[in-house]
Design a protein around this ligand. Structure first.
Ligand code: ZN
Length: 203
């Protein structure tokens, strides 16, 4: 199983990172060991002092496909979950400055929490899906898929031009504005609409 993460897919987040709005999707990957199983705490790693949350809608790929056309991309996923793309922002900044790959900032242990439940897309309006992240008592991110630069079908098609997608692969589809640091003792709550999808303790 592989985890594909889309960067800069919400204009307001690209803006807060002082990054240009991409003309085509950009993605990077995390290993399957990045998955943080539901109900498991996140242990703050000692190699960073600036871990940020990035709350993201996650697509679960349901069959093998490559070079998928946008027209047929919807047939390759039928469930939607919610996750976090934890990012060591301090390490990422150094990598960016040196022009190095991002892996140490993005692909570390437990950097990809995922919801226990996935919701059938037939129950959802994928083009107008609101989601949010609460840090303790404060809602820190509020997104809507209507604001994505590249929609789900475009992302699935794009990634599949470069690599075969397999059943069980996950695509984290990018984060809206409002990213920020976590601290030991925090609890993060993720929602799709009003439905609580995960609760993560930071230890
Ligand atoms: Zn992200």
């Amino acid at each position: 199983m592989k985890i594909i993460c889309i960067g800069r897919n919400y204009a307001d987040h690209a803006k807060e990172m002082s990054s240009p709005i991409p003309e085509e999707p950009m993605f990077f990957m995390k290993p399957d060991t990045s998955i943080l199983r539901p109900g498991t705490p996140f242990f703050y790693p000692d190699f960073s002092s600036d871990i940020h949350y990035e709350c993201e809608i996650v697509l679960k790929i349901n069959r093998v496909g490559k070079k998928i056309s946008t027209r047929f991309a919807h047939k390759y996923y039928d469930e939607i979950g919610l996750g976090i793309d934890f990012t060591a922002r301090d390490l990422q900044k150094k990598c960016k400055e040196k022009g190095h790959p991002w892996e140490i900032a993005k692909s570390f242990e437990s950097s990809a929490p995922i919801s226990r439940d996935f919701i059938s897309k037939s129950e959802l309006d994928l083009n107008n899906l609101s989601f949010s992240l609460k840090q303790n008592e404060t809602t820190v991110q509020q997104g809507n898929t209507a604001d994505m630069i590249f929609n789900f079908d475009t992302l699935v098609s794009y990634v599949s031009q470069f690599m075969t997608l397999k059943k069980g692969d996950l695509i984290y589809t990018g984060t809206p504005a409002g990213v920020g640091p976590i601290a030991i003792g925090d609890i993060l709550y993720g929602y799709i609409g009003d439905r609580e999808m995960f609760k993560i303790r930071i230890k």
